[in-house]
Each structure stands twice: as C-alpha cells, then as structure tokens.
Design a protein around this ligand. Sequence first.
Ligand SMILES: C[S@@+](CC[C@H](N)C(=O)[O-])C[C@H]1O[C@@H](n2cnc3c(N)ncnc32)[C@H](O)[C@@H]1O
Ligand code: SF4
Length: 453
Amino acid sequence: MGLFDVDLINKYNRSGPRYTSYPTANNFSELSIQDYQQQSILSNQRKTSISLYCHIPFCNTVCYYCGCNKFVTKDKSMAEPYIEALFKEVDMQSPLFDKGRLVEQMHFGGGTPTFLSGEQIIRLSNKLQQSFNFSTDGEYSIEIDPRGIDESLIESLAIARFNRISLGVQDFDLEVQKAINRVQSFEQTKAVIGMSRENGFKSISIDLIYGLPRQSKETFKRTLERVQDLRPERISLFNYAHLPELFKPQRRINIEELPSPSEKLDIFQHSLEYLIGLGYVYIGMDHFALPDDPLAIAQSEGNLYRNFQGYSTHSECDIIGLGLSSIGQVADSFSQNEKNLEKYYQALKSGQLPIVKGLIINQDDKIRRELIMELICHFEVSISSLEQRYSINFKNYFANSLEKLAEMQNDGLVVLTNDSIKVMDKGKLLVRNICMIFDNYLKSSSTSFSKTI
Ligand SMILES: C[S@@+](CC[C@H](N)C(=O)[O-])C[C@H]1O[C@@H](n2cnc3c(N)ncnc32)[C@H](O)[C@@H]1O
Ligand code: SF4
C-alpha cells in the first residue's frame, strides 16, 4: 500500500490549509456589495451551474473539540427568526442569478442543521426551490447530529429533497465521548443510518476524529470495528485540530489526556490500514469512500472537484453562501458573510446583503488554484494543459517552487516529468504539504492551521 511513511511524515508534516479553496479564507480582505453584484453578472454570462450552501449555526450542546462556526443554545425559539432572515437573504440573492441556471448542489451545514424541526427544514428547502431552478439529479446533502433524531425527521429530510446525509460520530468509545462532552450511542447512530437507507439516502457519510482525549490505538480500533458494522459509503477521518486560543470550548479539554504525537500517528496509521483493508479507497485529505461510490468513481475518471463542502462529483459550480459566516464563490470572487448573529440580522433588516469580506482572484490565483485542485483531487497535474490554458512556461513560472519539489522528488513523494507532476503513494498523505509549495499567500501566516496528520 505504501501510503504511510513515518520518516517522511515527520519530515514534511507541518501545519497548513485544507485547500477547500485557493486562495484560502484567511486571505479574504475586502469585497463590496457592488463588487459582488458585478461578479454575479459575470457569472450569469458564464452560465455555470449553481451550488447553494446554507449555514445553520445552532447546536443544542457544545462538543469540546469543536472548531466549527456555531452558536450553542437549547432555546429552539431562536430557529424561527433565523429562518426569516434566511428568507430575506434568499430574496436578495436569487434575483442576481438567471433563472435558467441549474442548481446542481445544495448543502446544509453547521453547526447542526437538524437543530431546525422537520417542518422548518422543509419550509426552507421549499423556499430555495421556489427561488432557484433545481436540477432533477442534483446532489443535495445535509449534516446531521444523530443524537435525538427520529424517523419522522429523516422522512422530512427526504421530503425536503435531500438525497445525501452526513453524520457526526467522532468516536464510539464512552470514555472518549465523556471527555469531549458528546455521548452518542452506537445503537442510536446505527438506527439513524438504517432509517436513512430506508428513506432512499445514498452515499451515507460519517465523520470520525483521531487524536481526541482518552483515545488510544486499542480504543479507536474498537470504534473502527463498529464503523465496519455500519459500512457507510463515505468516511471522513479528521485529525483533531487542538487550537484552544482560537476555539474556546477546546479549553475544556484536558491536554494531559490527549494521545502523545507518536500514539496519535499510530492511531492514524492503524486506521488508514484498517479502512483500506475493509475495501475503502483513500480519496485524499481525510476522505475515504467505497470503490463503487460516485466519489471514488469520479476520482478514477478524473472528474472530482473540491470546494468548501469538501470533495464533490459535480463540476465547478458558483456557490451562493447563505446564512451566518457562510462563504460564497461567484465568478472570480469569494465572499464571506458576517459571523456575528446580531450584525447578520441587522444587515438584512436594513436591506443589505450581509457580506463583510472576500476577494477577487487574479490570473496568478487562477493558475495556482487549478494546479492545487488537480493535485488534491487527482494526485496529478498535466503541465502542458496548464501551459496551454494560461500561456505560461511552467518551469519559468514556478521556478521558485521547483527546488522544493525536487527535494520531494528525491524523497519519493512526487515524480516530476516534462509533462506532469505525479504524487506517489508516499506523497498522498502529504498532498497538502505539496500544495503549500505552490501557495503564494503562505509566506506571512500559517499559525492558525492544523497539521495534516
Ligand atoms: C458541523 S459538524 C457535523 C454536524 C453536527 N454538528 C455534528 O457534530 O454531528 C462538522 C464536523 O467537523 C469535525 N470537527 C469539528 N471540530 C473539529 C476539530 N477541532 N478537529 C477536527 N475535526 C473537527 C467533526 O468531525 C464534525 O462532525
Ligand atoms: S461538532 Fe457539531 S454538534 Fe458538536 S459543537 Fe460542533 S457543530 Fe455542534
């Protein structure tokens, strides 16, 4: 298999972005509403398909490890004003985009979208379907927290037109669950997966995290054996990113209980081998899929894409970001919404789109973005197609990067020929470190990123 090489991991594994976009969100600066409107005109001319991202920030309880943009409350009455605000935002966004353009993707993320009731989710989805033109075979996905979910909610998700579901699990070990303030039984998770399958959901995905407090190789092995029983089509195995200065809830994690770096690496190595032994394909960047899942098929056929929601089988879409802190990608722009709930409401109340920052990408960004996305999705870049598309001479253009790439070639991570850069098995786990060589923004900041492994 040859993916795991401890010496190379120790040599190259340093913190860096996850490249759900290039440039990455920490480089966003200013984008005015007028800029955004102009970009929407450009995007209508290009006629690209549309992806809708809707952020639901609320969670019932806090998981101590969590690094997501969320608002923890037990007060369900907070949902209704938020939905009203989202409706206003949809009414302001939808006229900017031609009705002929197809929505190929919709994703509800969080926080916890299932903080909303089934009826509220259906209402929100209906609003989006009335305001945009949905494709008949789009990929419509939602993140759910299986705790407290019943069959009627899963039925509502199907009525709301979702066809993909992703479940937060993290770990099935009770001691680990207690240490992260997330007690979630295996039986409950299994029941939710069963209900989802009965209601026609495909490509069921679960999130796991390694490196959590009280985890050991032994405990995580038992978690993976339980995962084997569930056989989700997709698995995300995240490296726990402990950044307590950025994420307050993480200060409640007892660092003495975290596995040591070498134990963490052991857990990861074992997990990787275990999942591959079960027949999963390592897609890259924490993701695994069964070989007959559309994600694995798209990768083998060269049609895999990556955006803020992770890997996708749909060609590059313009993303319309809705809700608190959501990120949009329209024509040549990135835009990010307000992160403060009151200010988000205030902007919409005064008839303004709640966009607070963003970026318009330049030609250099486009070239590097294409290269980085090809590396991450397909582990290979065609130099001649990059040269033709952008009228560049690769060796001259990337002269500064080639020295570092040569070192990686000597170590067996990549092979550079006249026509391609190919990531070898040993380099696949370190693909984001390879991408970092080509990232023009990295010189100044890397402290807020987590390590690859
Ligand atoms: C928005 S949550 C998923 C939906 C739902 N809120 C839940 O937790 O069930 C997204 C995922 O991000 C991952 N995650 C959150 N904080 C993380 C961290 N600090 N390090 C690694 N992964 C993290 C978890 O695996 C989590 O399931
Ligand atoms: S992991 Fe999910 S449920 Fe837990 S706090 Fe984060 S967003 Fe909320």
